[in-house]
Design a protein around this ligand. Structure first.
Ligand SMILES: Nc1ncnc2c1ncn2[C@@H]1O[C@H](COP(=O)(O)OP(=O)(O)O)[C@@H](O)[C@H]1O
Ligand SMILES: [Mg+2]
Length: 371
């Protein structure tokens, strides 16, 4: 008898500034899941947080360039302890039905309310396998202040920074003294896609930058500005047997008109940045960066996958951040780096799902009881 297909739920959209990026990532993930092996349901999370069955079934060529969420589609509810079982609400109580259990959930969500451990917590409670980092690794990587403290503790090279809360703001002079440079970057602690990130060279600019960053988070970071800077990225992947591997490096070259790798350069301007794969970096430096990427992955408690981003200043590398649910669009760095390293996207999906299923199987053998 043929083995039945693995039932996969893709979660996409979400309550985040990166909602639309997620819709594009999800279309690409759907396209690269082998229809002979996987039976896929796409579940869209609306901007106000409702889970809606957006698409049932998959096949090569499906999905378009971004998945859409039908606003009036049937709502989906995860059952706590349900081992992948879900209820679909068709509008009224008479319309409640149960779907066949999902074997694995693939959260293709970026930023807060998806990449930060919240959705991972819901998936833990529902006792279903899911792709990528669990609660702790997701949350630690998302909070730039917590991530940098863990990295510093492990001796990883990070850019000098200071964190501040709205309740205890620092003056420009204090911040400059703390990071050792009059030119600084200000950013929200929990965000992504360069939302709320800006550069200050004067006290007046600093105040404006802080106001902007505080719109997105109650904790912000002030960092020494690194210049000149090159930005290189490395994809890290964990296999079902626990082996953690690092890809070739890619380089991001933002166009001069944006000044840095801003939201506009990332998403709005088609010529906003050039992605160079592989990065033109001397091989001893590249090898060191790959090693740093794997160490960062472990130090932050990441699992499954992460894209680790670096700043390069001459030959000095700084770890900037870890993205536990990196972009997955057809031009995104994470899958591109694996393609360049000899792992095509559909094989990458198999590794990610294989890891999720094996981890879930192993966690079942742990006990919550003392006896
Ligand atoms: N300390 C810094 N020095 C120079 N450029 C920086 C610095 N911090 C951030 N940037 C620029 O801002 C971009 C976004 O900052 P980042 O910390 O990566 O936040 P996000 O999580 O939003 O991507 C970076 O890709 C880089 O171009
Ligand atoms: Mg970044």
């Amino acid at each position: 008898m043929a083995e039945r297909k693995t039932r996969v739920a893709i979660l996409f959209g979400g309550r985040s500034a990166e909602h639309d990026v997620s819709r594009a990532s999800a279309a690409n993930v759907l396209r690269s899941l082998d229809p002979d092996r996987y039976d896929v349901t796409a579940v869209g999370i609306t901007r106000d947080g409702r889970w809606i069955v957006a698409r049932v079934g998959n096949g090569i060529g499906t999905g378009g360039s971004a998945l859409t969420i039908p606003d009036d589609g049937p709502r989906l509810v995860l059952l706590p302890g349900g081992q992948g079982r879900t209820l679909v609400l068709d509008g009224d109580a008479a319309g409640v039905r149960e779907l066949p259990a999902f074997d694995v959930v693939f959260p293709v969500l970026h930023g807060p309310n998806g990449e930060d451990g919240t959705v991972q917590g819901a998936l833990e409670l529902s006792d279903v396998a899911y792709v990528g980092s669990r609660v702790m690794g997701s949350a630690a990587a998302m909070d730039k202040d917590v991530a940098k403290r863990l990295m510093r503790d492990a001796g990883l090279p990070i850019v000098p920074y200071v964190a501040m809360s709205a309740a205890a703001p620092l003056s420009y002079d204090d911040a400059v003294a703390a990071v050792g440079s009059p030119e600084v970057f200000v950013k929200p602690a929990n965000m992504g896609s360069s939302v709320g990130v800006s550069r200050a060279r004067t006290a007046a600019e600093f105040d404006a930058c802080c106001r902007l960053a505080f719109r997105f988070d109650s904790k912000i970071l002030v960092e020494r500005c690194i210049a000149p800077i090159r930005e290189v990225e490395c994809s890290v992947l964990e296999h079902a047997d626990g082996a953690v591997r690092a890809s070739q490096l890619g380089e991001i070259v933002p166009s001069d008109k944006h000044g840095f790798y801003s939201y506009d350069a990332k998403y709005l301007d088609a010529e906003g940045a050039l992605l160079q794969v592989p990065a033109n970096v001397p091989s001893p430096v590249a090898d060191r960066i790959r090693e740093l990427a794997i160490t960062t992955f472990r130090v932050l408690g990441c699992e499954g996958m992460a894209r680790i981003d670096f700043f390069l200043h001459g030959e000095q590398a700084f770890v900037n951040e870890a993205n536990t649910l990196p972009g997955f669009t057809n031009i995104s760095m994470y899958p591109r780096l694996w393609e360049a390293s000899g792992l095509p996207q559909s094989a990458l999906m198999d590794v990610l799902i294989g890891h999720a299923l094996e981890r879930h199987r192993r966690s079942r053998s742990l006990t919550f009881q003392r006896e």
